[in-house]
Design a protein around this ligand. Structure first.
Ligand code: CP3
Length: 369
């Protein structure tokens, strides 16, 4: 066996999703295209946020900016989790004050009005952007698609503007449980063709963002949010069994191990979760993405290096995609993001002694080299 053929970025990424032990970790950043990059701000000076999302030339350009600037191992298409809300018939504004849906979903009638849509028509700009990005980066770099998980999109659809506490969406769930289930089911039904279109356009993996699932009790998560996530993942698995689904959750400790029943190949967790014990709880079948605190990128270089090396060591290079625990923050210094990526891409066997890294004794693992 020769060991000289280096794995390309897509091999690394998909290998990590399959739970393989790799010579180095694939690494990217949630929200990697964004305002911390001067070249993104330059585009936003001339174009509104939704215009960038809906204009493939612009969406491709900003999707590629972090790839060029940081050398990340995956390119996530530039879009927003709220795009399908608009395609389902809701008005959407994304201004400086954050997202606003001025005609929120508050009744059974509102739920019934939500329409399913053809992603190649109503959101044609998104698969088109993925096709163009895939052409630009070539087959060795994974392109990622995404959608909101139903509960998280429902939070925006019902609240209109997100507020801490989510009283409106929770009272909807409690007072009209069957209508609320219909809403989640409707969102799942729309998300399935939306994600399939992204996969058909070239996405090597897709991520479901469930940013607000930690707001739910375990009971309500299992009763409401989880079945809608399972519906999406099992439906994708039947048509695209080779395409991993990454499931992002935040502040979701209390939901384990229900999260593991989602069917996702990869569970993406924030910095509150200790990844080593998570692996012990979940077993090796589910890969893990995460989980450095985005605020660490405001620290001095030695702290950034330490936190990154610790995260890299946590799983011994097995079934691990290195990432932040949530999106990169707006005022992050670019050189600190670079340091995170460069550190994260170091070969695992060459970690300096003293950071607690023990290279796995196993070799091989079907890496194909
Ligand atoms: O990761 C990437 O680079 C792809 C692009 C991406 C954006 N939003 C672009 C964006 C992705 C994957 C998202 C997901 C998203 N959007 C989530 C889930 C992840 C998370 O951060 O929790 C959520 C909750 C949203 C909804 C949303 N969009 C909010 C709350 C905001 C306002 C807050 C903010 O950061 O301004 C947005 C706007 C948004 N989406 C921006 C970007 C780059 C900033 C808009 C701008 O350029 O002014």
């Amino acid at each position: 066996m020769t060991t000289s053929v280096p794995l390309n970025r897509k091999d690394l990424f998909l290998g990590a999703c399959r739970g393989e032990t790799l010579p180095r970790l694939p690494v990217w950043l949630m929200r990697q295209a964004g305002r911390y990059l001067p070249e993104y701000r330059a585009i936003r000076r001339d174009h509104a946020f939704l215009e960038v999302c809906k204009t493939p030339d612009l969406a491709v350009e900003v999707s590629l900016q972090p790839f060029r600037r940081l050398g990340v191992d995956a390119v996530i298409v530039f879009s927003d989790i709220l795009i399908p809300a608009e395609a389902m018939g809701l008005k959407l504004e994304l201004g400086d004050a954050g997202p606003n849906l001025p005609e929120p979903v508050r009744s059974k009638r509102d739920v019934l009005k939500l329409k399913l849509f053809d992603p190649e028509i109503e959101t044609a700009f998104l698969p088109e952007a993925i096709r163009r990005i895939s052409r630009e980066v070539g087959p060795a770099v994974p392109v990622l698609g995404f959608a909101a998980a139903p509960w998280t999109l429902a939070c925006y659809m019902v609240e209109g503007r997100t507020k801490e506490g989510f009283a409106t969406v929770k009272s909807f769930l409690l007072s009209e449980p069957s209508t609320f289930r219909d809403l989640l089911h409707r969102i799942a039904e729309a998300a399935i063709p939306y994600l399939r279109a992204q996969i058909a356009a070239g996405a090597a993996a897709v991520q479901l963002f469930d940013t607000w699932c930690g707001e739910l009790s375990l009971r309500d998560y299992e009763e409401f949010a989880l079945p809608a996530v399972q519906e999406i993942i099992s439906s994708l698995a039947s048509a695209n069994p080779e395409t991993p689904v990454i499931y992002y959750t935040k502040a979701s400790h209390h939901l384990l191990p229900a999260l593991a029943r989602s069917g996702a190949s990869v569970l993406s967790v924030d910095w509150r979760v200790e990844m080593r014990s998570l692996r012990e709880k979940l077993g090796p079948r589910i890969a893990i993405q995460g989980n450095v605190d985005p605020a660490v990128l405001f620290g001095p270089p030695e702290e950034i290096r330490r936190a990154t090396l610790e995260a890299m060591a946590a799983l011994g290079g097995t079934g691990h995609i290195l990432n932040l625990g949530h999106g990169i923050l707006q005022h992050t210094p670019v050189e600190n993001a670079q340091l995170f990526i460069q550190t994260g891409q170091q070969p695992l066997s060459q970690e300096p002694v003293g950071v607690g890294f023990a290279p796995p004794a196993r070799a091989g693992h079907g890496s194909g080299s």
